[in-house]
Design a protein around this ligand. Structure first.
Ligand SMILES: *[C@@H]1O[C@H](CO)[C@@H](O)[C@H](O)[C@H]1NC(C)=O
Ligand SMILES: *[C@@H]1O[C@H](CO)[C@@H](O)[C@H](O)[C@H]1NC(C)=O
Ligand SMILES: *[C@@H]1O[C@H](CO)[C@@H](O)[C@H](O)[C@H]1NC(C)=O
Ligand SMILES: *[C@@H]1O[C@H](CO)[C@@H](O)[C@H](O)[C@H]1NC(C)=O
Ligand SMILES: *[C@@H]1O[C@H](CO)[C@@H](O)[C@H](O)[C@H]1NC(C)=O
Ligand SMILES: *[C@@H]1O[C@H](CO)[C@@H](O)[C@H](O)[C@H]1NC(C)=O
Ligand SMILES: [Ca+2]
Length: 520
């Protein structure tokens, strides 16, 4: 027990250097041998930019088809730049928002210019992952040539079926959205999940000075975890107790609705509309896969991120029990109690029991009241008197078949793994309901008394169902081998017919009775 404690302690230390909730399970040595310890766990945060599928709308919003010139806000007479979709050096396709830039070369997606003013210049950027993710740090969108003056970020939690606004951005929130401007730092623990409009990222400060638009995650975390997020336990505790807090950071899709481009701090100048457009060089989405605290790994498989579910769970988000692991109804793992949480694992009762019980002194979880004639810690065996149905899965209701041993022919009512019963002497067959050669069946198997080969009835006697010889009146004995008229006895012919008739009658009666009373 001491060893176990030390190992656990070591493990906890290891876990804390790895970061919180990074291990799902660990093999721990105990006095009873090695056992798995299970922990609440979650995958590491990663840059989800690499796995993002990006789509821009409307079609034709990307510049360069046909090629066009554009200018800059700072110097409207500097209009030498050209966008040409057919020339790789001058094209600005959407994938440049998620590429890895090399050698300090900034690459960006760019839209057509605002030639159609006063018709609004609108563009949507939809990002999808086909996976539930949880934000771990600020979303950051980098705009070249100025940040939009009006923009909305939306999110979906159901793969784009329904959407909700995540944050509004405008240089004048009241004017654009009829919302008072707020900052994340104005939020209190009670209204942390409020959707706000912020002016912080939309005002003109020069296109080179501030390029980034953020959705602030760290600042929201800090409301609970304190500055520099020193008290993550408190944040995790709130995640458990505060309705909607975890969901607030959860998404499967994001959408940027660009509603008005950067204007350079003045009104739209109609004489040079070539300086108004959107250009994005990078979109950073730091997040982790949502695996409900049942996975520490999330890997791209056939182009889709997938939780590597532990604790006998399955599904893209480990959101249900594996087939056959339904001992308890599914539950997410919990961050509580801090700092290690609760894994909420599922034990293997193969669907034959709804209850588990923890046996403290053995440190095992066992299934209680196994149904469908099963038994065992995981209801994985058949009860005595039943055997395993080879064509049924372990979680099938007909997994155990009754042995059905013949009560007379078998030693007991148990059978081996293929349904064979243990037979008494002389009995045979899988169920011991047959007799071996040389035996006859009469509520069990008995050795033949007579037959047509070795145990012939003598002196004209006939063998009745291998059970006995029916002897002529003058003979007796098992095989009719003895004469009734032994030497020195009175066997005269006068008394013989009377005797003979009486014996014959008696014999016939007995035979008749036996024949009708013997069950077959
Ligand atoms: C952007 O998406 C919104 C919501 O689906 C839609 O109403 C709007 O028309 C889209 N805008 C463009 C330019 O495609
Ligand atoms: C989305 O993910 C699910 C499960 O992870 C997969 O079955 C499906 O094919 C994926 N869809 C696309 C469009 O990749
Ligand atoms: C959140 O609550 C604080 C204090 O209760 C308040 O000052 C602030 O205006 C609220 N924020 C929003 C967006 O309602
Ligand atoms: C299923 O759960 C049991 C009990 O927690 C555990 O011993 C076993 O390793 C798990 N199986 C898998 C495949 O995770
Ligand atoms: C064995 O299992 C199969 C598959 O579920 C089932 O169809 C069959 O009836 C079972 N056999 C018996 C004897 O119960
Ligand atoms: C059960 O007994 C039969 C007959 O003795 C034998 O053929 C069979 O292999 C046994 N099956 C198992 C699983 O032991
Ligand atoms: Ca880029």
């Amino acid at each position: 027990m001491l060893l176990q404690a030390v190992l656990l302690l070591l493990l906890r230390c290891l876990a804390s250097t790895l970061g919180q909730y990074e291990l799902c399970k660990s093999l721990v040595s105990t006095d009873e041998g090695s056992v798995w310890e299970h922990y609440a766990c979650q995958p590491k945060a990663a840059s989800m930019k690499d796995h993002m599928r990006i789509k821009v709308d409307p079609p034709g919003i990307t510049c360069g088809n046909p090629p066009e010139r554009f200018c800059t806000l700072e110097n409207p007479y500097l209009c030498s730049d050209e966008c040409d979709a057919s020339n790789p050096d001058l094209a600005h396709p959407p994938q440049l928002m998620q590429d890895r830039e090399r050698n300090g070369l900034i690459t960006y997606w760019q839209t057509v210019t605002w030639r159609r003013h006063p018709e609004p210049l609108l563009a949507n950027i939809s990002m999808s992952w086909n996976k539930s993710l949880e934000l771990t740090d600020d979303i950051q969108i980098t705009f070249e040539y100025g940040r939009p003056t009006i923009m909305v970020m939306d999110k979906s939690m159901d793969h784009g079926r329904s959407w909700q606004p995540y944050q509004f951005y405008a240089d004048d929130c009241l004017d654009a959205f009829n919302m008072p401007p707020k900052r994340v730092r104005d939020l209190s623990p009670a209204n942390i999940t409020r959707v706000i409009c912020t002016e912080q990222y939309s005002r003109w400060v020069g296109s080179k000075n501030e390029k980034n638009v953020k959705f602030e995650v760290q600042a929201r975390f800090a409301v609970f975890a304190g500055p520099r997020l020193k008290n993550m336990d408190n944040l995790y505790t709130r995640m458990e107790s505060m309705k909607g807090l975890r969901d607030f950071f959860t998404f499967t899709n994001l959408r940027l609705r660009l509603l008005r481009p950067a204007l350079g701090g003045t009104y739209v100048q109609r004489d040079n509309l070539l300086k108004y457009f959107y250009a994005i060089s990078n979109i950073d989405v730091p997040a982790r896969c949502k695996c409900n605290l049942h996975a520490s790994q999330c890997l791209p498989i056939e182009g889709n991120l997938q939780c590597q579910c532990e604790h006998n769970t399955t599904g893209p988000d480990c959101q249900r029990c594996k087939k056959g692991f339904k001992a308890k109804s599914w539950k997410a793992g919990s961050y509580l109690p801090a700092p290690n949480g609760t894994p909420n694992t599922y034990c293997e009762c193969y669907g034959h029991s709804n209850r588990c019980s923890y046996i403290d002194y053995l440190n095992i979880v066992t299934c209680v009241s196994c149904k469908h004639n099963t038994r065992g810690q995981n209801c994985q065996h058949c009860r005595l008197g039943y055997f395993r149905n080879a064509s049924a899965e372990l979680d099938d209701e007909s997994v155990c078949i009754e042995c059905n041993c013949n009560q007379m022919g078998s030693v007991h009512d148990r059978c081996n793994g293929t349904g064979f019963c243990q037979c008494k002497d002389g009995a045979t067959g899988a169920k011991c309901d047959d007799c071996l050669p040389g035996y006859y069946w009469k509520q069990g198997c008995y050795s033949n008394v007579c037959d047509e080969e070795m145990l012939l009835c003598q002196n004209g006697g006939t063998c009745y169902q291998n059970q006995k010889c029916i002897c002529p009146p003058e003979f007796k004995g098992v095989l009719c081998q003895h004469s009734r008229c032994e030497a020195g006895k009175d066997c005269n012919s006068a008394s013989l017919p009377q005797l003979s008739t009486a014996t014959l009658l008696l014999c016939t009666l007995l035979t008749y009775l036996q024949a009708t009373l013997t069950p077959h």
